[in-house]
Design a protein around this ligand. Structure first.
Ligand code: URA
Length: 199
């Protein structure tokens, strides 16, 4: 079923994909959402960020990363002078999982075609996956985020996937000491910035 809805999506532009997402009923998360959250940003961004799924504020506003985790993400971007408006930000699942639980595998499977279609349309050179869920959704890796973050992994030929810690994890681990998740993240975003090829 998910494969069928993928086929039609590849003919659509980003606005049309977003409209499909807003009216999607492919999984049970659609029944509890206030707003679906397709994602936002530059339609030909060189850099894309993929989180896990919308939280309460994202669900209320229909926009990605607008709560505390979003502020942290903006802070990370600002540390290397990357403007939020110059990247594209989205999630693995586009509707809020109740109580912010991890999205289930069938929910991810139903929603992944949208992410795939967005990636195909934007064609970024780097996709930063934020946390385990996004990383596992795109990369077939058994090891957790702590082990694989901070490195580039080739994805289907011409795109590099770069796993980083999820901003919510940094909110729970605020230490900036050398070797801390926050310290590593500030190094990671520098590495991303150095590898961007501006268009
Ligand atoms: N956390 C996510 O993974 N995505 C959001 O959009 C907000 C918080």
């Amino acid at each position: 079923m998910a494969k069928n809805h993928l086929k039609g999506l590849f003919k659509l532009n980003l606005d049309e994909i977003a409209e499909k997402i807003r009216t999607c009923t492919m999984c049970p998360l659609s029944q509890s959402r206030t707003n679906a959250v397709p994602g936002e940003g530059k339609d030909d961004a060189d850099l894309m960020f993929v989180g896990e799924g919308p939280g309460a504020q994202e669900d209320a506003l229909g926009r990605p990363f607008v709560g505390r985790a979003g502020d942290k993400l903006t802070e990370i971007l600002n540390s290397v002078n990357i403007d939020r408006g110059n990247v594209f930000i989205t999630n693995v699942v586009k509707c809020r999982p109740p109580e912010n639980r991890n999205p289930k595998s069938d929910e991810q499977e139903a929603c992944l075609p949208y992410l795939e279609a967005q990636i195909a349309e934007i064609n970024p050179s780097i996709i930063v996956t934020l946390g385990n869920t996004a990383t596992k959704a795109l990369l077939d890796k058994d090891r957790g985020i702590t082990k694989i973050r901070g490195n580039f992994y080739n994805w289907r030929g011409n795109i590099q996937v770069f796993p980083m810690y999820h901003p919510s994890y940094l909110l729970r681990n605020p230490s900036k000491e050398k070797g801390s998740p926050k310290y590593e993240t500030w190094q990671d975003i520098k590495k991303v910035n150095q590898n961007l090829t501006p268009r």
